[in-house]
Design a protein. Structure first.
Length: 500
């Protein structure tokens, strides 16, 4: 129905919106997920851990070993790894067994530490009697980094040598990656890459291929040496959930290392060509060369302070590739920085190049890299050292191998003897004066203990106290110190002084 009021109503609804500033937000959600001309070659599928191992592990291990044999930076990284994670003294034991009154049992602790140190000799700890325990640890972590994993077998009984307890390093390629049972057994067990797991993914058995001596330690399949998982330490750093085999630590940088090697070889060849001082003899007369005639090459013998006369129309064009040039060093450093970043180590440490560093940048890089080494030390200690010590202690107590006084430590007190601490390799201070002053202030204000400072240097506090006490006693006996004098008085607190 027509109404005069509808006219005004329509006019009101048709009014233009008020003028103002409008911001239209067009959301950008994960640009990296788009597939376009810039990203068409970018992988869009996430491999599972088992797929990664099945598809890539053999090639990665082969190429990683090849780089270790040919690339000095790969050798340097593994040297840094074994020297900083294991060190020259290894991971040292400090027994902390206590009596019922809460005091340390000094005799039992000394016997424990002495027996552990004795067992680490090559004739006891290695089934081959070739390396001591520190050497085995260094080889294990090098193998783990180079090939992604290392197998350590705990051997007990007659085959384990004089102590009856020893270790055997097993080449990880003997763990048959092609042994897979796709069917799940009634109890839920399954086999992947030479390892039998239960339904929760816990390893139960390891299928180790045997050597064929006629093929220079080449391995073959069945029959396998089936080893229970409680005899195997499978050392690797998992990068993915449900990962069952280790991946070489060089995997992210293998392409960089291979390309750099190729670039350096090409650069050397160009430099050799440039050093040869070659040249070409040209003729400006186009009719000088006749295909039907036997044209002889013109050779010039170069000697100092001599000039040669060329035939008419001939000229000498020098060939000078002018290589290497400034681009070589820039490219080389850029690739090496990527390699150092992929290996989680410092560029200066990996290459030894200190030309562009100052004290502050060097200190920052060293401290950051040392945190990486500390993390790897804890990882190695928890997987290898503690496991080996626990099994060694159990066997040694039962076999009466730990002598204490006129008797032996008793196996029923094993829980008491399990109380231990570990001292790992530590490093010299970057700025000794400042760092020592900082540690001194922390001790004086109660933020740290002296034992903590000593352990930070990789030493046993009890050994330091004993060494200081013996030194003071020796100096007093020789009349160098008076009765109440001590060396390096630690303060007014008599409980903290060396001389009590």
């Amino acid at each position: 129905m027509f109404s005069i009021f509808n006219i005004f109503k329509n006019k009101k609804n048709n009014q233009a919106p008020a003028k103002g500033h409008y911001v239209v937000i067009k959301p950008k959600a994960y640009e990296a997920a788009k597939v376009n001309r810039l990203t068409w070659s970018w992988n869009t599928y996430k491999y599972t851990a088992d797929q990664i191992i099945y598809k890539f592990l053999k090639v990665l291990v082969a190429r990683s070993c090849n780089e270790y044999m040919n690339d000095p930076h790969a050798v340097k990284f593994l040297s840094l790894l074994e020297n900083n994670v294991i060190g020259d003294k290894g991971i040292s034991l400090q027994a902390q067994a206590k009596d019922q009154n809460g005091e340390l049992d000094q005799k039992a602790n000394e016997a424990h530490e002495k027996a552990w140190k004795e067992w680490q000799k090559a004739k006891y700890c290695d089934v081959k009697q070739q390396q001591n325990f520190i050497g085995l640890c260094k080889l294990a972590i090098k193998t783990c980094a180079r090939e992604g994993e290392c197998l350590i077998r705990i051997v007990k009984g007659r085959n384990a040598g004089a102590w009856g307890f020893a270790l055997q390093l097993i080449d990880p390629r003997r763990l048959d990656i092609d042994k897979n049972d796709v069917s799940i057994q009634p109890n839920g067990n399954f086999i992947r890459f030479g390892i039998e797991f239960n339904s929760y993914g816990k390893p139960l058995k390891y299928y180790i291929k045997r050597y064929d001596d006629d093929l220079l330690n080449q391995t073959y399949g069945e029959p396998y040496d089936v080893i229970p998982a409680d005899e195997i330490i499978h050392l690797f750093l998992p990068q993915f959930i449900d990962q069952k085999r280790g991946i070489p630590w060089f995997a992210p940088v293998l392409m960089h290392m291979n390309m750099l090697n190729g670039f350096e070889v090409a650069a050397v060849e160009h430099a050799r060509a440039g050093a040869c001082q070659m040249g070409f003899i040209t003729n400006s007369d186009p009719e000088a060369y006749d295909e039907d005639e036997n044209n002889e090459d013109i050779d010039i013998e170069a000697s100092p302070a001599s000039f040669q006369q060329l035939p008419a129309g001939y000229d000498v064009k020098k060939f000078d590739p002018n290589y290497p040039n400034g681009e070589f060093d820039v490219f080389n450093k850029a690739i090496l920085r990527d390699i150092a970043a992929g290996l989680c180590t410092g560029y200066a440490e990996l290459t030894g190049d200190l030309t562009s560093v100052n004290f502050s940048s060097l200190r920052h890089g060293v401290i950051e890299t040392r945190e990486v080494w500390k993390g790897l030390q804890e990882w190695f200690k928890s997987l290898v050292t503690e496991r080996v010590h626990e099994e060694w202690l159990k066997y040694s107590l039962l076999a009466s191998k730990i002598k204490c006084g006129n008797g032996y430590l008793k196996p029923e007190r094993i829980d008491k003897y399990k109380e231990v601490t570990w001292t790992m390799r530590r490093w010299m201070w970057v700025d000794p004066v400042k760092d020592v002053n900082s540690a001194t202030i922390s001790v004086q204000n109660g933020f740290r203990s002296r034992s903590d400072v000593i352990r930070e240097q990789g030493r046993d506090p009890d050994e330091v106290w004993e060494e200081i006490q013996k030194e003071n006693d020796t100096l007093r006996a020789k009349g160098i110190l008076v009765k109440d004098e001590v060396i390096n008085d630690v303060g007014n607190n008599s409980e903290e002084q060396t001389d009590k």
